[in-house]
Design a binder for this molecule. Structure first.
Ligand SMILES: [Fe+2]
Length: 250
């Protein structure tokens, strides 16, 4: 499997390049509009053509590169099916593997950060890689206080869908605000300050309720923009894209 972890610094977003070495079929998970040219350059350097963009959820903190990449490269837009956006080419559902050539990507319905959030698991026999989106972050988790967030749902998603995976599963989040790249299920189960050490549901809900995070600056542009697969509904200038707090958390 060919793999690259790419970073967009303004929203601290990770985009993941996943490619089947047998067939050349290639996908980008959570591409960002601001780094579309960088992503295409990376693909070109590796001799790859983009087949799919796959989003984990409708992001509130940045615009997806899905639509622009489709325009530039002919890739198809893949979202969780329950988003029901007209711009989407392929909808994913838990229990239905999505093929990237000979690689099987397993959607995991993991609501809580949003009510439609899906994480993606690839187990290629030698590696288990969880693309955890904004559900589970390294030593943290996604916000549950906006969009359709719900702390109780997020706790159940992480415990039932992630913490039941093998300990050695690699965890690749959609964001990191502290320069970390990858974690494991074992590490999050033991070290995550919100969810590790068998924290209870009630403890987790209290932690999330007491966070008192700032209103996400891009949410009013990003959510409708991403429901349209990555257009700016206000044609906003750079002024609307001021630097985010590192605590925006997706
Ligand atoms: Fe998010």
């Amino acid at each position: 499997m060919l793999f690259r972890q790419l970073f967009e610094p303004e929203s601290s977003t990770y985009t993941y390049l996943v490619s089947c070495p047998d067939t050349g079929v290639t996908a980008l998970i959570d591409p960002v509009l601001a780094t579309v040219e960088r992503d295409l350059s990376q693909l070109h350097q590796m001799g790859l053509k983009l087949d799919y963009t796959i989003d984990t959820h409708v992001h509130a903190d940045h615009l997806t590169g899905a639509r622009r990449l489709r325009e530039l490269s002919g890739s198809r837009i893949v979202y969780p099916a329950m988003v029901e956006a007209v711009c989407v080419d392929i909808g994913l559902r838990e229990g239905e593997a999505f093929r990237i050539g000979n690689l099987a990507l397993q959607p995991l319905f993991t609501p809580g950060h949003t009510d439609h959030h899906h994480a993606y698991l690839i187990d290629n026999g030698t590696q288990k890689m969880l693309f955890s989106g904004d559900a589970l972050l390294i030593d943290a988790c996604g916000r549950t206080d906006f969009q359709s967030g719900d702390a109780r749902s997020l706790y159940r998603s992480i415990h039932d869908k992630f913490f039941t995976l093998p300990d050695e599963t690699l965890v690749y989040p959609c964001h990191d605000y502290e320069g970390r790249f990858v974690s494991t299920i074992a590490q999050e189960k033991s070290r995550n300050p919100r969810l590790g050490q068998n924290r209870s549901l009630e403890e987790f809900v209290q932690i999330m309720e007491e966070m008192d995070l700032p209103y996400p600056r891009k949410i009013d542009v990003a959510v409708p923009g991403n429901e349209a697969c990555g257009v700016n509904p206000r044609s906003a200038g750079e002024a609307e894209y001021t630097v985010l707090s590192k605590h925006d958390q997706g």
